[in-house]
Design a protein. Structure first.
Length: 502
């Protein structure tokens, strides 16, 4: 089904209520894999970070990564979950080329964390509570690269390449309970939930959660039930959606697709689906198995995990301020409206602005540079703000130079360009490029006299009482001094020369 075959979103919501379930996989930032000592560092040659254990060779035995368990407990606590007093791993059996063991070590009916919730704030300020079914530990699969086809998928490919470096990297899978009651805002809720979860994961320091790098992925489960019904429909599962925008688009498309199928008398097939970034559509993958099809059974080579209660409470005491609460506090401290704070969040600038303020900048100045010049630079280079080659401390120093009158905004922008280009810290760039504001009367006098002489008609207007015309003379001086003159002092000197009170 293509985009043009869909019913309108409004018509879909007029007849059906959406039900969502979101499964988010988070790669933990541990140094070694979940069940062996292989490195998790990115960038290695294919299959260079493997061993008999993560390749599933006969005789190899797994050992649980303690940091992975600690990270799982932290995530569970931050999601207001119950932490199991006793849990164990299971084997999830299925054949797939990027699973060298032919089973995935996961948790099934005995997860480490369960029955939690996460409150998410929508763009208009409404808070929506998403109930958490469980958060459980497991391992990632390897990576398949399909070669020779037009789409990069297995269909049409001439051959596939397998890299098992990722096989065995620790994962936490966070599964929501069915999300109902969102109505037309269901796609927005899905996006807001994943965004809030990403911020939470980053705040805990357990993962960078970079969706574009596959460190955090979302499976969007969706079904529709007729208005007035309480029976869920058949669900589809859109796999491995890797951006916030795509999560929202995938949910919206599936609502329209399901409605189109049901309204025409058809039936929804329970299946996995692929999301397409180009047009926001999904296409069929494979028929979705039920849990029993995976033949789960307890992992015989791993002992149960029993987190001591005292240790769990110690970890609870280390949890940071929850991101939503922190944003609300910062919003009040910075004195910004909710919509502006939402824009700051969407730009990924909350932590950067906060760090810039901590480095000494005023909140307004920190917001101005990160959401202005630096956001523009990030957009032009196709990078996120935190990937720019400039630190909050350097931005704070630029703001300090502006506040001290040593730079104006135009010169500050040039300093930013120099820092981003690797020319050094702000003071070094100012020195190398000769960018300090000229405020010395002696240095400015000649330029002021030249501007008055070259614009006699404007000078006469000012003498005649039209003081607002001074802007033209100030502009002429700024042009002569290549934007380095202190505009306020230039205005004072011009009015003094013309015998006019400002």
């Amino acid at each position: 089904m293509t985009v043009t075959d869909l019913v309108s979103y409004e018509d879909a919501l007029a007849s059906y209520d959406p039900v969502m379930g979101l499964e988010v996989h988070v790669e933990l930032g541990t140094k070694t894999k979940m069940f062996c000592g292989c490195s998790t560092e990115l960038g290695a040659q294919p299959n260079a970070q493997t061993c008999p254990t993560c390749l599933g060779l006969p005789g190899s035995l797994p050992v649980v990564n303690a940091t992975g368990v600690e990270s799982a407990v932290k995530i569970g606590l931050a999601l207001h979950c119950e932490i199991a007093e006793w849990c164990r791993f299971a084997r999830k059996n299925y054949f797939y080329p990027d699973m060298p063991k032919n089973f995935q070590t996961s948790q099934y009916d005995e997860p480490i964390a369960f029955d939690g919730y996460l409150d998410v704030q929508l763009e208009d300020g409404e808070v929506f509570r998403v109930e958490i079914e469980r958060a459980h530990m497991e391992e990632d699969t390897g990576k398949s690269t399909h070669v020779g086809g037009a789409t990069g998928r297995i269909h049409g490919a001439s051959h596939s390449l397998l890299d098992y470096n990722r096989a065995g990297i620790p994962l936490i899978e966070i599964v929501t309970k069915p999300i109902t009651g969102a109505g037309e805002r269901a796609p927005e809720v899905a996006k807001a939930y994943v965004a809030e979860l990403r911020e939470l994961i980053r705040a805990l320091g357990v993962s960078e959660a970079r969706m574009e790098m596959g460190q955090m992925r979302c499976d969007v489960n969706l079904s529709l039930m007729p208005k007035g019904s309480e029976r869920f429909g058949t669900r589809s599962e859109t796999k491995n959606v890797n951006s916030l925008r795509s999560v929202e688009r995938a949910a919206r498309f599936e609502i329209q697709r399901h409605a189109a199928v049901l309204s025409s008398g058809g039936s929804i097939v329970q299946e996995t689906r692929h999301f397409h970034e180009d047009d926001g559509s999904t296409t069929s993958g494979r028929v979705k198995e039920e849990a029993e099809d995976y033949r789960y059974f307890p992992e015989p080579d791993l002992v149960p995990v029993a987190p001591p209660r005292a240790w769990v409470e110690e970890l609870r005491a280390t949890l940071p301020e929850l991101p939503r609460l922190r944003r609300n506090r910062l919003r009040e401290e910075w004195g910004v409206p909710a919509l502006e704070m939402q824009a700051i969040l969407n730009a990924g600038a909350v932590d950067l602005i906060a760090a810039t303020v901590e480095a000494g900048a005023r909140p307004a100045a920190a917001r101005k540079w990160w959401m202005g010049e630096l956001a523009r630079s990030a957009n032009e280079s196709g990078r996120s703000l935190d990937e720019l080659d400039i630190t909050p401390a350097q931005v704070a120093r630029i703001a300090e130079l502006v506040a001290a009158g040593e730079l104006n905004d135009k010169l500050a922008r040039q300093v930013i360009v120099g820092v981003l280009a690797g020319e050094g810290d702000p003071d070094t760039v100012v020195e190398k490029r000769g960018l300090k504001v000229v405020s010395d009367d002696g240095a400015l006098g000649a330029a002021v006299d030249e501007a008055i002489a070259g614009n006699a008609a404007v000078a006469d207007k000012i003498r005649g009482g039209k003081v607002a015309a001074v802007g033209a003379l100030v502009g002429a001086v700024m042009k002569t001094t290549r934007g380095q003159a202190d505009a306020a002092r230039v205005k004072e000197l011009i009015l003094q020369r013309l015998g006019v009170e400002g």
